[in-house]
Design a protein around this ligand. Structure first.
Ligand code: ZN
Ligand code: ZN
Length: 276
């Protein structure tokens, strides 16, 4: 049975996943339905995010909450303006909220709350966090479970895939998975040694090679869609990220468009959402 026919058989309400921006110049994902949903990260200016939503047939008024993974600017750039201008609730970890407050990146007009392992219900979805391993105060990835039980995981900005991450992502229908760099390109590239060491460390970013191995593990456990994300412009090429995962998946006996659908999140998306 193909991925598509398996999904048709379930006869469920459509979930929309729209990667608006991905990469070190900014990250933001919409997950929900055509009527309402949430943003995971807002790492571009408020205006750019509002425009990107429109280009993908969505609107900022569809956004009922914002979930922040961590305090790095490529994840929060539009936060203060978007949250205060449109009165959108924000959720993140205790550590991230502290870091944002200390750095004066939010003010009292931003309605921000702690999300813990119990999760939060919004727009008919249950959003649950899990810890990531990154050089930030207290980074979170998220799993969004829609009312029909379909789960979408967001796992970027992590140096490795921990046991807790695997538990959270196990059985997700769709996973947005970091495939940040090609190890060879990074090692031979122009980045200073200290930055290379940071990216390759356990609190850095996932390589194509690690993402590929984990993609195969995900598909073995029932994931049918994988969106490679946070692809570096300097140390990677989208085609290379895709080929590395594709090759490993095929070596494991899994076939594209039959067992899984693999794609890469564009740096900026104007071509619409994934619907499933
Ligand atoms: Zn980061
Ligand atoms: Zn990042």
């Amino acid at each position: 049975m193909t991925v598509q026919s398996r999904q048709r058989k379930r006869g469920k309400k459509m979930t929309r996943l729209c990667p608006l921006f991905s990469g070190s110049s900014g990250n933001s994902y919409y997950i929900g339905t055509s009527e309402n949903g949430v943003l995971i990260d807002v790492g571009r200016s408020a205006r750019q995010i509002e425009t990107a939503l429109k280009e993908n047939d969505l609107d900022i008024h569809n956004v009922k909450a914002i979930f922040i993974t961590h305090e790095h600017s490529d994840h929060i750039q539009g936060l203060r303006v978007l949250a205060s201008r449109h009165h959108i609730r924000v959720f993140s970890s205790v550590g991230t909220i502290e870091a944002l407050t200390e750095k004066d990146l939010i003010n009292d007009k931003v309605d921000i709350d702690v999300i813990d392992s119990v999760g939060v219900e919004v727009c008919g979805m249950k959003i649950t966090p899990f810890p990531i391993s990154h050089d930030c105060r207290e980074g979170f990835g998220y799993v969004a479970e829609s009312s029909d039980g379909r789960r979408t995981g967001f796992a970027t900005d992590t140096g490795y895939i921990s046991k807790e991450m695997k538990t959270a992502l196990h059985g997700c229908d769709t996973v947005v998975l970091e495939s940040n760099h090609d190890i060879g390109m990074l090692q031979c590239g122009l980045y200073p040694y200290i930055l290379k060491r940071r990216i390759l460390s356990d609190i850095g970013h996932l390589s194509n090679e690690t993402a590929a191995e984990y993609a195969a593990e995900l598909v073995r456990n029932g994931t049918t869609r994988i969106v490679l994300a946070h692809i570096s412009r300097e140390n990677n090429i989208p085609e290379l990220a895709l080929q590395t995962s594709l090759c490993t998946l095929e070596q494991n006996g899994m076939k594209q468009n039959i067992d899984f659908i693999l794609s890469a999140a564009p740096v900026a998306n104007t071509s619409g959402s994934m619907i499933y």
